[in-house]
Design a protein around this ligand. Structure first.
Ligand code: IPM
Ligand code: MN
Length: 299
């Protein structure tokens, strides 16, 4: 019998509600097969933060490294800043375990009506770069509290990073229609995005047999709602992939059912599986009452 040890991070808010049911579903999926799932629940998250001043213990990464996979519910709390909750848990897990692929298949489900006219059948795979790009810790704030206050955020795109995410996307495309769309913005972002385009094109060229279209992200967003069936596999940077995955999942009709796999394809580290998106808290409008109650921010 194959045993798989899975770290369970139910996390916060809605995560605590969905996790027991999600575990039941997985148990049902393996029933009668030669697989045993062993769940290792950890109480980490915002409640833990309020008690211990951190989202996870210092040795959390080592603890999880000894398990085969991570199953995450949701992270975030109205009373704890997103910087603490997300950069204290979700983002470090993605990075420490080099989960550089964020694989987000988005597909129509029977019984879930598309929010697009004509209820089109949607079947798109988004391959999102997951550890670099626009999500970088490089930057800062200067002249705080003065009229000259400024914020700087440095995007980081590496050849290695673009090559490996494109290679993965090529494999996904080879297993499907052979068509790959690369999300870009090289008309407005003049250093990183032309570099992205060049490296993506090189990798696709070397692979052979793939039909590559490089599409500006704004036009791609419009196309995703106008003709989602014209899109099969998308390769995108961290931020573009993040936005597109909500957009396409929203078009399918329910962002709550879209899955997300944070993969370390080489299996040197555990991968992490989570809902792509779920109803999330937004900041209250200025002057509106503060929302009460808890709500988990989906990872
Ligand atoms: C996601 C989420 C996260 C992300 C947030 C919560 C930091 O939106 O997994 O899509 O942007 O990566
Ligand atoms: Mn997102």
């Amino acid at each position: 019998m194959n045993a798989h040890v899975i770290t369970v991070l139910a996390g916060d808010g809605i995560g605590l509600e969905v996790m027991p049911v999600a575990i039941e579903v997985l148990e049902a999926a393996v029933e009668g097969r030669d697989v045993r799932l062993e769940w290792r629940e950890q109480p980490w998250g915002s409640d833990y933060y309020r008690e211990h001043g951190r989202m996870m213990p210092v040795d959390a990464i080592q603890t999880m490294a000894a398990t085969d996979a991570i199953f995450l519910g949701a992270v975030g709390h109205p009373e704890v800043s997103d910087v603490e909750t997300l950069w204290g848990m979700l983002i470090p897990i993605r990075r420490e375990f080099d989960q550089y692929v964020n694989l987000r298949p988005v597909r129509s489900f029977s019984g879930v009506r598309s929010s697009l006219a004509g209820d089109p059948e949607i079947d798109v795979v988004i391959v999102r770069e997951n550890v670099e790009g626009e999500y970088s810790a490089v930057g800062g704030r200067s002249y705080q509290g003065t009229p000259f206050e400024a914020a700087h955020q440095q995007s980081i795109f590496t050849r290695h990073g673009i090559e490996r995410i494109t290679r993965f996307a090529v494999e996904v495309a080879q297993g499907r229609s052979g068509r790959l769309v690369s999300a870009t913005k090289s008309n407005g972002i003049i250093h990183t995005m032309p570099f992205w385009d060049e490296v993506v094109a090189e990798v696709v060229e070397q692979a052979g047999g793939i039909q590559l279209e490089s599409v500006l992200i704004d036009a791609l967003a419009a196309r995703a709602v106008r003709s989602p069936q014209s899109i099969d596999v998308i390769v995108a940077s961290n931020l573009f992939g993040d936005i597109l995955s909500d957009l396409v999942a929203g078009a399918v009709g329910s962002i709550g059912i879209a899955p997300s796999a944070n993969l370390n394809p080489e299996r040197e580290h555990p991968s992490m599986f989570e809902p792509c998106t779920a109803p999330r808290r937004t900041s209250p409008a200025v002057g509106s009452p503060t929302p009460s109650g808890r709500s988990g921010r989906a990872p």
